[in-house]
Ligand binder design. Sequence first.
Ligand code: PHE
Length: 345
Amino acid sequence: MVIEAFDRVKELQTLITSTEINNKEDLEAFRIEYLGTKNIIKPLFSAIRNIPNERKKEYGQLVNALKQLAEEKFIEIDQLLNAKAANQVEQVDLTAPAEALELGSRHPVSLVLNQMIEIFDRLGFAIAEDIEIEDDWHNFTALNTPQDHPARDMQDTYYILNDPRRLLRTHTSSVQSHVMMTQKPPIRIIAPGRVYRNETISARAHCQFHQVEGLYIAEKVSFADLRQTIYYFAKEMFGATKIRMRPSFFPFTEPSAEVDVWWGCETETDKRITKGTGWLEILGCGMVDPAVLVNCGIDPEKYSGFAFGMGVERIAMLKYQIDDIRLLFENDVRFLKQFKKTAVF
Ligand code: PHE
């Protein structure tokens, strides 16, 4: 009887170690057999009654070890099978065609801005940036725009509440004042950035938009230099073959001009865009007024310069035939998606 009990323990031990378990079903059968409520180890525990006292301890330990052996085998194989299943899910078919990547796209304003920056970079213009919450001096006074100038009107300019000397810059010309105050000629910069005007929002106007300012100051800079620079830009940006300059007025340039590029007047679209003239206005410019140089500490006897400024949205709208400026600020993905470039990896 005693020998039998000990033999039975040994027998089960071999059985447990040798049982092959290859899948979940095998494992469940194993669990029922050795760990279920009616498992075959259980009777060995009750059999302890028949073991003589001096061997009870030894026997108890053996049966406990047997149970533990079954438990450990179960846990080990359960984990193994789970890991295998997880691996199968993640198995990759390396020959399957890759899914197309959803790429983001640059905003049309950024696309045009970057193109402008790139064109002027080729002419040696560095980028200058400055604050958008400006003081009245940099935005107006330094630029020869007197206190009673209509541009200062609350109708056009956003002032900071309770501080009539602080405002949201109305043009990137404010960067001109900063640069002239802090750099010595020769100065050759462009200043891209956001500007603000108190405009009623419509298809053609917005209260925020972007400009690119240009400023060149050195010895003996002439109007011919200005014209040539603008011509180069128009050629590169629009493929324009000719430009024309019309006399205009800005407080900070003298003489001042507005520049049109020849767009053409053949198709209906040409006629609509150019209002039937074939010419397209793209920017304002002029020779820096000597009074502005003096205001910013530059000797007008020694130095002269030119400046220009243009609206980025206007040019983006022309380039991409967008007929409502508001689309540029609504961030509607359906609109923005159209400017996606094909990705080449
Ligand atoms: N600041 C002018 C505007 O916003 C443009 C400009 C810049 C004109 C520089 C002349 C020289 O309309």
